[in-house]
Design a protein around this ligand. Structure first.
Ligand SMILES: Cc1cc2nc3c(=O)[nH]c(=O)nc-3n(C[C@H](O)[C@H](O)[C@H](O)COP(=O)(O)O)c2cc1C
Length: 126
């Protein structure tokens, strides 16, 4: 049976709940699933598939999520992985912000999206 790790980073618990629901889907498909807080997950290399998720607060991913990626990047790049994000909104849906997101050009002050998914790799630089 393939082993799946779902590592979550949460402030108030919603991302934990989402991780549990994802875990149920894997279990129903006969995977051996561990749902563990990212800052408590160890032996990541013993899993066949790794999912990791975070909520967004004030435009930022949770610190333990960024640490999880940094600490395990050598393993993560060798395994099947998936990322999930729990938040209020991913995009400012104004036309200007959408164009900015698609083109990479800076929008005018005041129209910038706080949580564009394309910003997520920035967490690795911090
Ligand atoms: C203080 C606070 C700040 C938040 N900041 C953002 C934000 O900047 N962008 C966003 O999309 N959602 C934001 N949210 C919404 C959370 O991401 C959302 O409620 C999420 O479900 C929380 O998940 P958690 O309980 O796992 O931390 C914020 C929520 C709170 C309470």
């Amino acid at each position: 049976m393939k082993k799946v790790l779902i590592a979550y980073s949460t402030w108030a618990g919603a991302t934990h709940e989402v991780a549990n629901e994802i875990g149920k889907v894997f279990q129903a498909n006969l995977f051996d699933v561990d749902v563990i807080a990212a800052n408590e997950s160890k032996s990541v290399d013993t899993y066949d598939v790794i999912l990791f998720g975070t909520s967004i607060h004030a435009g930022q991913t949770v610190k333990s999520f960024r640490q999880f990626i940094k600490q395990n990047i050598d393993i993560l790049i060798k395994k099947p992985t998936a990322l999930f994000v729990v938040c209020a909104n991913m995009m400012n849906d104004s036309e200007e912000a959408s164009v900015s997101s698609a083109t990479g050009k800076s929008p005018r002050k005041g129209s910038r999206s706080r949580n564009e998914i394309s910003n997520l790799p920035c967490c690795l630089k911090k």
